[in-house]
Design a binder for this molecule. Structure first.
Ligand SMILES: [Zn+2]
Length: 374
């Protein structure tokens, strides 16, 4: 059973974990609070891969505060994710917690990696430390939705961002689509880009809008990987997406001459044909999972969005709806087959709804994706 003070300290640990929102990839965001006699004696969080995990960060700052280094003895450590028991790029946290002499460890959730789940807590229990798991688990799991997806399914959590009018139109029939939503929504969109490990777009959008696919106007030390699905290698060598940062160009053809030009412009080429001249999007997702991509932010056009939706690869829609109407002749959100009956409709669950500036922001999850997670 968890007390009110347990909740308070875990909530604090979750807020600490949030600080790593833009930087910890491919690692999860994790926070830790060490408390004794109802008071926080130290806290820590994971900043980036290769640096101290949250537990060790909290213990380190304790040691620098206390010359004796004995304050953790008998304390409770609150961690937003089960402490690791394996050697990664840093030594396991389980050993550090045992050495520090903590009496109790409370984890918000188990490590979602099926090969690891429970072993960290079991090692602590074996060392005589009281362990509990599941305090504010929903919040902790939500914070690392991409990491959980990659561990459980081998592929990223795919978030498709769309900006539309209130009647669901993204562009005029002639393709004119710029600035449907206001400046606050656009800046919020960049915050969602910043937390993603990678930003994916399609060649249609890249040729029409010449986007940079980077994070602007948000303080972050990391730019996400840029990915463009370009089945026939049509990316113009002068495209802005090639400037600065790593671009992964995914095609269905291995066109030597074009590929060489784009490689010289700094692109990494990946050929994943599906046998019909298109890119195998499901195979791409598994490849991105292998590369440690937790959250994938998609800003494509109707074609890429529709292809991902039809392939069952979208987990969540991030919709910015502007308070205007564009009318029936304009373009909708997806290239989507006509339904013969309403039984075929895609069900969604709205998980968040708010005003951003003058626009409505809706976060809606694909029901199928939620079922597939289990
Ligand atoms: Zn660790």
């Amino acid at each position: 059973m968890f007390s009110a003070i347990d909740h308070l300290f875990m909530a604090r640990a979750l807020r600490l974990a949030q600080r790593g929102l833009f930087t910890t990839t491919p690692n999860p965001r994790v926070g830790c609070v060490i408390a004794r006699d109802g008071k926080i004696v130290s806290e820590g969080w994971h900043r980036r891969a290769g640096e101290a995990h949250a537990e060790v960060d909290a213990l380190n700052s304790l040691n620098s505060l206390e010359a004796a280094g004995d304050t953790a003895r008998g304390a409770t450590a609150y961690v937003t994710l089960e402490p690791c028991s394996h050697h990664g790029r840093t030594p396991p946290c389980v050993g550090a917690l045992i050495d520090a002499g903590v009496a109790r460890v409370v984890a918000a959730m188990q490590d979602p990696n099926p090969q690891v789940a429970g072993r960290g807590l079991a090692a602590l229990t074996a060392a005589g430390i009281a362990t509990e798991s599941g305090l504010m688990e929903a919040e902790a799991s939500e914070l690392n939705v991409g990491f959980v997806s990659r561990m459980a399914r081998g592929r990223p959590w795919v978030r498709l961002k769309l900006a539309a009018s209130l009647d669901g139109k993204t562009a005029l029939k002639n393709g004119v689509s710029q600035w449907i939503t206001g400046p606050e929504a656009r800046q919020d969109g960049h915050r969602w880009r910043a937390r993603a490990c990678a930003i994916l777009s399609g060649i249609g959008t890249v040729r029409e809008d010449d986007p940079q696919l980077n994070v602007r106007g948000v303080a972050t030390e990391r730019q996400p990987l840029k990915i463009v699905v370009d089945a026939r290698l049509e990316l113009p060598p002068e495209a802005r997406v090639l400037a600065g940062g790593h671009l992964l160009l995914v095609s269905a053809v291995a066109d030597g001459a074009k590929a060489e030009v784009l490689r010289q412009r700094g692109a990494e080429l990946l050929t994943l044909p599906d046998g019909t001249g298109r890119v195998d999007l499901a195979a791409l997702m598994m490849e991105l999972g292998r590369r440690g991509i937790n959250e994938l932010h998609v800003e494509g056009g109707r074609r890429l969005g529709g292809a991902l939706m039809r392939a069952g690869l979208v987990d969540e829609l991030l919709l910015f709806l502007a308070p205007c109407l564009i009318g029936d002749a304009a373009r909708g959100m997806f290239d989507w087959p006509e339904l013969g009956s309403l039984d075929g409709k895609q069900r969604l669950s709205i998980s968040d709804l708010r005003l951003v500036g003058g626009d409505l922001r809706v976060l809606a999850r694909i029901d199928r994706a939620i079922a597939a997670r289990n």
